[in-house]
Design a protein around this ligand. Sequence first.
Ligand SMILES: Cc1cc2nc3c(=O)[nH]c(=O)nc-3n(C[C@H](O)[C@H](O)[C@H](O)COP(=O)(O)OP(=O)(O)OC[C@H]3O[C@@H](n4cnc5c(N)ncnc54)[C@H](O)[C@@H]3O)c2cc1C
Length: 338
Amino acid sequence: MRPINYTRAETLEAAVEAFSAAGADARYIAGGTTLYDLMKLGVEQPTHLIDLTGIAGLNAIDTDGDVLRFGALALMSDVAYTPAVHEGYPVLSESLLKAASQQLRNMATVGGNLLQRTRCMYFRNGAGSASTVGVYPCNRRQPGSGCAAIGGLDRGHAVLGASDACTAVSPGDWPVALMAMDAIIELFGPGGARSIPIAEFYRLPGETPHLQFNIDPAELITAITVSKTPAARLSTYHKIRDRESFAFALASAAVAVEMDGGTVRTARIALGGVATVPWRAKAAEETVVGKPLTPELALEAGQAAFRNARAGQHNALKMDLGLRVIADALMIAAERRA
Ligand SMILES: Cc1cc2nc3c(=O)[nH]c(=O)nc-3n(C[C@H](O)[C@H](O)[C@H](O)COP(=O)(O)OP(=O)(O)OC[C@H]3O[C@@H](n4cnc5c(N)ncnc54)[C@H](O)[C@@H]3O)c2cc1C
């Protein structure tokens, strides 16, 4: 049994102070739906938990101003069912409603969702006990130990953004929708408040897959903002998974388009389930902009997104699946004009 200290912070300043005093093995905790899992698996072994749920106002959802603003502690289900989000930003709402189960969405926060770790089975199940180095090598869990997924069971792994050190998929759905909508992440840490575009929030694995996020460990997420845009009305989050009731994506696409009649004026396309980070598919966007949208063009856009993809042993299906997910999502989003 390992002792764990616990602090329930009531202000942002108190949370950061407690984290800084506890050191690098501290962890913030919100809904606990993934951190407790990882602690039971031995992947996370924090010495100090700093509970954020006592910080007043951190769960606020504000859709009245110039931007949509979601407090980091807002629950996934509350954000998904907020009328302005549900009706005006289907891509956001659907990405939340197609993630996890209703019970989990009623516990899990939109801030915690951004920081979940990969579901790679070698990462999650290979930690062994606290005193061993791990049953499976995993550079993400233990830097320099190797990667059991490369040459191993990699059906669920990334075909985009992988490196020789790691091919683990970024698991979240909500971050993919936020990537398509160019969301901004607001942070608070020892240096005060700052914000960062979601496109700069996630790190490609490269040689350092253990470093997943471009934030200081002591920084906490305070809110997520999305600019108000009519581009979101014609949008969707399309997700293919092994089990429809609840499962992580095999391939997913967040798509929002603006149309001039049948012609695409603007397109935002991001991919989930196929890449090591939430993946903006600029080549797919460029393929459709300024052209009449047809099923054939939508498939071309999908092909463009996977042109530089690289499969491992068992995951080539993700390229075929992914390009069709983009094509279907484009047609679904555009058809919302009616
Ligand atoms: C069975 C199951 C199925 C799931 N399926 C899906 C799915 O299909 N799609 C999907 O997207 N997700 C899925 N999830 C993941 C789920 O959405 C996440 O567990 C959840 O969103 C995490 O939120 P939380 O508030 O519980 O985070 P916590 O578990 O409390 O924390 C997660 C991480 O974020 C950190 N953290 C939390 N809040 C903050 C903050 N404000 N600032 C800084 N750090 C913070 C914690 O230190 C921790 O590292 C699934 C989970 C389970 C258990």
